[in-house]
Each structure stands twice: as C-alpha cells, then as structure tokens.
Design a protein around this ligand. Structure first.
Ligand code: ADP
Ligand code: ADP
Length: 227
C-alpha cells in the first residue's frame, strides 16, 4: 500500500500544486488520479518516485517513509510510463526494453528472453523487436514503453497519461490490454488521466482532484457515479 498523509507540494515560486492530500493506494489494484489540467496529478504521481520532492506531509510504501530510502533503490521498484513513450531513439525496441536488466547486470540470454517475453505480453509483434522507435506507430511505442517499465519487475507502476497521444481506437485497445495485463501480473498501478471515462473504465479506485491540488473524492467508480 502507498499512503499519502497530508502531502503538500509547494513549488519554489509559491505555487501550491498539491494541498494536504491524504489517501491510501491499495496494492495490486489500479488507482486513477483524475481532474482538470493543473490540478496536481503529475506532481502527485512524481512525488511517489521522488522525481519531485514533497514539501510537506509523508508518503509511505508498506509503512516505510519513501524519504528513508535511497532514491535510486526506490525507483528500481517503480516503473514509470509517460505520454510520449520516451524511448531511446538510437536503441532498437528490444534494447530499449533491456535497458534496466542490462544496468542490473543480467546475462545476455536472460535479458533478451525477458525482453522478448515482455514484448509479447504487451501485444507487440516480435517481428518489430529489431526496429527503432521512429519506425513504430504511436500505439506500438507506448506498448514498448510499458514493456520497458515492467522489465525490472517493479511492484509499482506509475503511468502518466500513457494513452492520451494515440488515436481513440488504439487507446481503447491499450486500455483493454492494461486491464488484462493487470489481471495477469497484479501490479500496483497509479494512473493519471484528465479523461473521466478512462478513469472510470480503468480504476479500481478513482481520486478526483480539483485545481489547487485538493482531493474532491476518492472512491470506486460505481460510488463516484452514484454521487
Ligand atoms: P496536472 O498534472 O494535473 O496537469 P501538475 O501537477 O502538472 O498538474 O501541476 C500542478 C500545478 O503546479 C499547476 O498549477 C502547474 O502550473 C504547477 N507547476 C507544475 N510544475 C511546476 C514548477 N516546476 N514550478 C512551478 N509551478 C509548477
Ligand atoms: P498509428 O496510427 O498507430 O500512429 P502509423 O500510421 O504511425 O500508426 O503506423 C502504421 C504502421 O506503419 C505501423 O505498423 C508501423 O509499424 C508502421 N510504420 C510507421 N512508421 C514507420 C517507419 N518509419 N518505418 C517502417 N514502418 C513504419
């Protein structure tokens, strides 16, 4: 479980992006942060892997304050997927996925096997493994981004508008595949979107933020709809 206790982020210019946010993100479920542009979704997400440092309150993972951990060790257990997959342009698809296993010093065969298995899991045709990112469609690049984030077998996946830049049909496929993947491998997924329909479709729980970084609601989709 990831717990936010009275978490605040005040940027150096005085902007309060997240204001005393408290919520519990259960393990092995999908929790979605939704709300209008500027309501603090990305800031909330990035405080979990400490690519943004909180300025108040506490964030714990399984009871341990994340600030007590070495950020490098913390991030090894947390996959991160962003809107434009952020792939390394000069590495092939399979080498992109193998980035972290290589850093961890896995042997070549194991690294390749794991990378190919992950590509299959995210629904990418293995024939594309030797291509470069620019030779893939937007949807295919996002699949590679998800596979790369899964490569170190993290317990937690942070996903920041991962499907917003692809066309509606591909987005629908990627959403279905994420739900299937999550059923298969049971990660703790924290997912950011500005799209309420996507939040309702994907979330086991939905945190609705409003501008100023305050929590408006936190509930399973069925309860949100009832209100
Ligand atoms: P969202 O992801 O919901 O669009 P963000 O977390 O990106 O929102 O931003 C929340 C608020 O913090 C916005 O008002 C944004 O302009 C502000 N903000 C984001 N990054 C910075 C920064 N580095 N310095 C100052 N203000 C920032
Ligand atoms: P999308 O609508 O998902 O963005 P694209 O029109 O970009 O799809 O790509 C359609 C197909 O063409 C995909 O299967 C992709 O692999 C292939 N493709 C796109 N760009 C290139 C390229 N530069 N070289 C080879 N194949 C490409």
């Amino acid at each position: 479980m990831i717990e936010f206790e009275d978490v605040t982020k005040r940027y150096p210019d005085g902007t309060v992006a997240v204001d005393r946010l408290s919520l519990r993100i259960p393990s092995n479920e999908i929790t979605v942060f939704v709300g209008p542009s500027g309501c603090g979704k990305t800031t909330s997400l990035r405080m979990i892997n400490r690519t943004i440092e909180r300025t108040g309150g506490r964030i714990t993972i399984d009871g341990e304050d994340i600030n007590a951990k070495d950020p490098v060790v913390l991030r090894r257990g947390i996959g991160y997927v962003i809107q434009h997959a952020g792939l390394f342009p000069h590495r092939t698809v399979v080498d992109n996925v193998a980035t972290v296993p290589k850093l961890l010093g896995w042997d070549k065969k194991r690294t390749r096997d794991v990378a190919m298995e992950l590509l299959e899991r995210v629904g990418l045709d293995p024939k594309l493994a030797q291509r470069y990112p620019a030779q893939l469609s937007g949807g295919q690049q996002q699949r590679v981004g998800v596979a790369r984030a899964l490569a170190a077998d993290p317990e937690i996946m942070l996903m920041d508008e991962p499907f917003s830049a692809v066309d509606p049909i591909v987005r629908h496929q990627l959403q279905e595949e994420l739900l299937r993947l999550q059923r298969d491998i049971g990660k703790t997924i924290v997912f950011v979107t500005h799209d309420i329909d996507e939040a309702i479709k994907l979330g086991d729980n939905v945190a609705v933020l409003r501008v100023g970084g305050k929590l408006a609601q936190f509930a399973p989709p069925a309860e949100l709809l009832a209100n």
